[in-house]
Design a protein around this ligand. Structure first.
Ligand code: ASP
Length: 593
């Protein structure tokens, strides 16, 4: 990137732009000392800024003796300004864009010193995650981290451009809102002026964007911070960013088209990648074939049910299982006992939760070797192979148990085998829409339904009549955008009718009073001409990580929190003073400061 900087007392050029054509120019550069090499008589300094590295040269006998004094004092990360002229290098460095030139320095100013940094500021650093987070401002000096922020910026700008071109207007919605029990846990903020009462930080601007549709704004977007007090994982942060959108007078088709368009535009503009039309898959198909509502379709290895051919042969474990599910691992019949034992251990880990694993090797001679040879004849195992589509040389892996858990477990096993066999790499980006989610999810613990998406999602037209008799089977008019097994976005057509919304709250176990207390404002708005509307939100951090080729969203957030939800740099969260607590009217038992 060539950035034009103002020619001022600190610099005429940045550290990334000078080329062989500039030889002879008098220049002023400022930046950080990356490296000093003193070869006795000759001293080279690598000067770094956001744009690159330029080599400086000092020479005994030629350079100003005062400068030579100063250059000997330089350490890593000192901030300096130099004046000098551009000369051609004798030993060229083809690895950097400025590698054909260097600067013979006529004057060196030390603008600031630096302590020795706690880790090396280079692409490959010796700093562990904790140390880098504590000194994140130094970590951000590293090219690899800065490039992630540059990518994020680019995706952000392209998003704004696309949505603006498509008539969306950006509206800011409040950050201090009201706590609601649905969804994740809220972060709350005590109110000083209304003691004993609390604001909540938004889990998303959902209700506000719907109100903006009632206002007639028609097409809204916001690149917005959301807050959820959930347990953290590599792809979760307590505060994260969404590209949040809503549209009026549209059906699902138009929403999918608009945001498929946005996704294609972002990939083209920022990565130069053109994506084909996104396939659609129902939630049911995703669960049955992939054991996941965010299927990674870069490879097949579909899940198959073998109950019909595996039950009734005297193998108790299978006979008593609700589901017996298999995947075929191509070419893996030669796996050793040790490799299979290791896989069995893998599926038994609590995160996967399988009790055990059965395998069948489809041998090259047409025979079969399995861990259940005692119960199944060669003919039986041939039936398994036929049912699953396994061929000689393949390995069939089988898990059994309650349907939902077994689907999820074998879905994980499928992904693990995909990783082990490198089936995902080099497949590029494979987006799809997952549609027709169930509207409700039964919560055994609470003995009630939860909204699978959120309580404002409309049931599909075809299933609406089932709401009273068989609510659990009603499908939602909801959709998720999934790319390479990562859920990038999700949304729905909303309920815009007061009585349907009320019915939904009833199904979710709200009394009329509770619904009115929490969402009365929305239901009231629905009485004043709410247009049909729907929308979507993209997880912006995840999108950036995916497009940047990383699993960790932290790499794409300037100042992220760690797994315990802490910012180790500013040391937050932290205790507050007795005075602050008093002012807020908070009487915290056992509080010590
Ligand atoms: N507000 C929803 C969410 O945060 C997205 C949507 O339905 O538009 O998941």
């Amino acid at each position: 990137m060539v950035v034009k900087i103002n020619n001022n007392m600190f610099r005429t050029h940045n550290c990334g732009v000078l080329r062989i054509e500039d030889v002879g120019k008098e220049v002023v550069l400022s930046g950080w000392v990356q490296k000093v090499r003193d070869k006795g008589g000759m001293i080279w300094v690598d000067l770094r800024d956001r744009y690159g590295i330029t080599q400086l040269i000092f020479e005994e006998g030629k350079s100003d003796p005062a400068d030579l004094e100063r250059v000997k004092k330089l350490g890593r990360e000192y901030v300096v300004k130099v004046e000098g002229s551009v000369v051609e290098r004798i030993a060229k460095n083809e690895n950097i864009p400025t590698g054909h030139i260097e600067i013979t320095v006529k004057h060196l100013d030390i603008l600031n010193s630096s302590k020795v940094p706690p880790f090396i500021i280079e692409d490959q650093t010796d700093g562990g995650e904790d140390l880098r987070m504590k000194f994140r401002y130094l970590d951000l000096r590293r090219n690899v981290v800065r490039k992630n922020l540059e990518l994020r910026h680019k995706i952000n700008q392209s998003t704004r451009h696309y949505l603006d071109e498509h008539g969306f207007i950006e509206v800011e919605t409040p950050v201090l809102i009201k706590s609601t029990p649905e969804g994740a846990r809220d972060f709350v903020v005590p109110s000083r002026m209304n003691q004993g009462e609390f604001y909540a930080l938004p889990q998303s601007p959902q209700t506000f964007k719907q109100l903006l549709m009632v206002s007639g704004l028609d097409r809204y977007y916001q690149i917005v911070k959301c807050f959820r007090d959930e347990d953290l994982r590599a792809d979760r942060q307590p505060e994260f960013t969404q590209i949040d959108c809503e549209m009026s007078f549209v059906d699902r088709e138009q929403i999918l088209e608009t945001f498929e368009g946005l996704t294609k535009y972002l990939f083209r503009e920022t990565l130069g990648v053109s994506l084909e039309q996104f396939p659609r898959m129902s939630y049911q198909e995703a669960m049955e074939k992939y054991g996941s509502d965010k299927p990674d379709i870069r490879f097949e290895m579909h899940i198959a049910s073998i109950s019909e051919v595996a039950q009734g042969k005297g193998f108790n474990v299978f006979d008593q299982s609700e589901a017996i599910l298999a995947i075929v691992v191509p070419g893996a019949a030669e796996y050793s006992r040790k490799q299979i034992d290791q896989l069995t251990e893998w599926v038994r880990r609590p995160q996967i939760g399988a009790k055990g694993m059965v395998f069948v090797k489809c041998l090259p001679d047409g025979g079969y070797k399995s861990s259940v040879d005692k119960f199944y004849s060669q003919e039986d195992l041939k039936n398994w192979a036929q049912t699953t589509g396994a061929e000689s040389g393949d390995l069939i892996l089988v898990l059994s148990g309650p349907k939902d858990n077994t689907l999820k477990a074998i879905g994980e096993l499928r992904l693990e085998m995909g990783r082990r066999l490198n089936l995902m790499d080099a497949q590029g980006y494979r987006p799809l829409w997952v549609v027709d989610f169930p509207l409700l999810e039964w919560d055994d613990n609470a003995q009630r339904y939860h909204a699978m998406h959120h309580p404002f999602t409309s049931p599909s037209k075809e299933d609406r009549h089932l709401l009273d008799e068989d609510a659990g089977s009603v499908r939602a008019n909801a959709y998720d955008l999934v790319i390479n097994g990562v859920e990038i976005g999700g949304g729905s057509i909303r309920i815009h009718d007061r009585s349907l919304q009320q019915q939904m709250f009833r199904l979710l176990g709200f009394t009329e009073e509770e619904a009115a207390a929490q969402f009365g404002f929305l239901m009231q708005a629905f009485e004043y001409g709410a247009p049909p509307h729907g929308g979507i939100a993209f997880g912006f951090d995840r999108l950036c990580a995916l497009m940047g080729g990383s699993d960790s969203i932290r790499d794409y957030i300037a100042f992220p929190k760690n797994n315990a939800g802490r910012d180790v740099m500013i040391d937050s969260p932290s205790a507050i003073s007795k005075e602050q607590l008093d002012e807020l009217g908070l009487d915290i038992q056992g509080f010590t400061h």
